[in-house]
Each structure stands twice: as structure tokens, then as C-alpha cells.
Design a protein around this ligand. Structure first.
Ligand code: SAM
Length: 262
């Protein structure tokens, strides 16, 4: 069935669930509060639910879209002076080509949400803020605190770079077609200064990834071969603890100790 009389058939493989709830759309635009000259990039404009109100407030907008049919519609509707359409996969998109102080907005395709969040984290230095709709369960993991059952690799890697806030909870009926899960809008703001900078970020990422690979196991087991009990004890970290109990700063301290001995 075509989406809301548009003639477009939603493509599941592109995670297409189009927003049809004016209250939610207004809420997202109010949260972003776009100002004329802002550098805004919308990921996945689709049929324009957010694109149209964004263009109402901006001189110019960049969008990244993968679906050729939707791209053709957007190009027909908007002149290039108002809208730059970047055709292709956002996971391969080089945000640095657009500029700095970027404001990223999107109702994201949920099937690529985790790799996309990591891709955005890699561009954090160019970003002013990010407002995105995701599966609520993913947002809960992003903002979880140490000790929470949802605290995970995603929480640590994103909290390292961003301040995050869940803004709006959105039910399935706000979309056409309706997804099977609840959704939520989250704001990510890069820390002006990293609160716990790692000496070697690749090492930090490796420690976090290993520690959470088997969530139920203790650090002694998950970090075997990388870190020994003595090193953890020297840092005042219990090797019998699980990754979920550690703060972001603890992972940084382990990675820094390893970097110092490398
Ligand atoms: N913004 C629209 C809305 O709110 O109604 C559409 C949102 S829909 C959940 C996701 C959009 O992302 C679709 O337009 C889809 O074609 C696009 N998309 C999916 N995968 C993509 C990718 N890898 N790169 C760029 N766009 C993608």
C-alpha cells in the first residue's frame, strides 16, 4: 500500500517508516530549533516529513538519501539552491565534505542504527549537535548509567564523546507503516572538552569491546591476555566485576595503563 496517498511503496530493506504525526514532527523541529544560516544535514529525508518544516526555517539544507525514487522526488520538488541531495549510503558519507558546526537531524533507518551511531561518533569533532529518532530500546542503551541492565558498549562509546538526552517518546502509530517497536528522539551534544580523554582511543575501543563481548563474564575472563589481575588491582578495579559495573573513566584508566606499557 502506498504511504499516505503519496504513491510511494515503503521499502523494508531501507528501514522506511515515514512520520505522519504532526505533533511529533513539531516536537522534533522545536527541539532542533533551526536558525536560518545553520549547517543542517538530514539523514534519510524520505517523503519529506522533516525536510519540509526544516526548509521552512533554513536558507539551505543538505540531505543524504539512498532510495533513488525518493531522490528523484526531492530533486523535482526543491531547487539545488535550497536543497543539496547527497545520493548514497550514509554509512559511507563523509560529513567533513559539508563543513563544521554541523547539525545532524534524522528519523533514522533502524536496521543500521548502531553502525550509523558509530559513524557519527567518528565525526563528532565536526558536529554541533545531533537529533535523531531511533528505537526506544537503543536510546535507553545510549543513555544508561553504569550498573543499569542496559549499560553496554554503545553506552560507553557514545558517552565518551557525547552528552545525551532522551527527548520524546514516540509510539508506532506515529509512522506509516507502523514499526513493531516503540521509538524515541534523542539529542547528542559532543562534549566541548572530553571529560576522560584516552591516550590511545583504539586501545580504549578494544578494551570496551572485549569487556562487553561476554556480558555475564568477569573482567578477569573477558580481558584475559590483554590485562592481568595485578594491573586491575593497581588501578583499584575489581577483576571479579563485570563490565556493566564500570564507569567510562574506568575503561579509560585500563586503556591508558595498557598504552603506557605498550
Ligand atoms: N525522514 C522520513 C520520515 O521521517 O518520514 C523518512 C524516515 S525512514 C525511517 C528512513 C529514511 O532513510 C528513508 O528515506 C530511507 O530510504 C533512508 N535510508 C535508509 N537507509 C539509508 C542509508 N544507508 N543511507 C541513506 N539513507 C538511508
Amino acid at each position: 500500500m502506498s504511504v499516505h496517498g503519496s504513491g510511494h511503496i515503503a521499502r523494508k530493506r531501507f528501514g522506511q517508516n515515514f512520520l505522519i504525526d504532526d505533533g511529533v514532527i513539531d516536537g522534533i523541529i522545536a527541539a532542533v530549533s533551526p536558525q536560518r544560516g545553520d549547517y543542517v544535514i538530514e539523514i534519510g529525508p524520505g517523503l519529506g516529513a522533516l525536510t519540509v518544516p526544516l526548509l521552512g526555517r533554513l536558507d539551505h539544507l543538505h540531505v543524504v538519501e539512498i532510495d533513488r525514487d525518493l531522490i528523484a522526488r526531492l530533486r523535482k520538488q526543491w531547487p539545488a539552491e535550497r536543497l543539496t541531495v547527497h545520493q548514497g549510503d550514509v554509512l559511507a558519507f563523509d560529513f567533513s565534505a559539508v563543513g563544521q558546526g554541523l547539525r545532524i537531524v534524522g528519523n533514522l533507518p533502524y536496521n543500521i542504527s548502531t553502525p550509523l551511531l558509530f559513524h557519527l561518533a567518528g565525526h563528532a569533532s565536526l558536529v554541533r549537535d545531533i537529533h535523531v529518532m531511533l528505537q526506544k530500546e537503543v536510546v535507553e542503551r545510549m543513555v544508561a548509567a553504569p550498573g543499569d541492565s542496559e549499560f553496554s558498549r554503545l553506552s560507553v562509546m557514545l558517552q565518551y564523546r557525547f552528552d545525551m538526552e532522551m527527548l520524546i517518546e514516540v509510539p508506532p502509530e506515529s509512522f506509516d507503516p507502523a514499526p513493531r517497536v516503540d521509538s524515541a528522539v534523542v539529542r547528542l551534544t559532543p562534549h566541548a572538552v572530553l571529560p576522560h580523554p584516552a591516550r590511545n582511543e583504539a586501545m580504549f575501543a578494544e578494551v570496551v569491546s572485549r569487556a562487553f563481548a561476554q556480558r555475564r563474564k568477569t573482567l578477569r575472563n573477558t580481558l584475559k591476555g590483554l590485562v592481568d589481575d595485578a594491573l586491575l588491582a593497581g588501578l583499584g578495579i575489581d577483576s571479579g566485576a563485570r563490565a556493566q559495573a564500570l564507569e567510562v573513566a574506568d575503561f579509560v584508566r585500563i586503556a591508558d595503563a595498557l598504552a603506557a606499557t605498550a
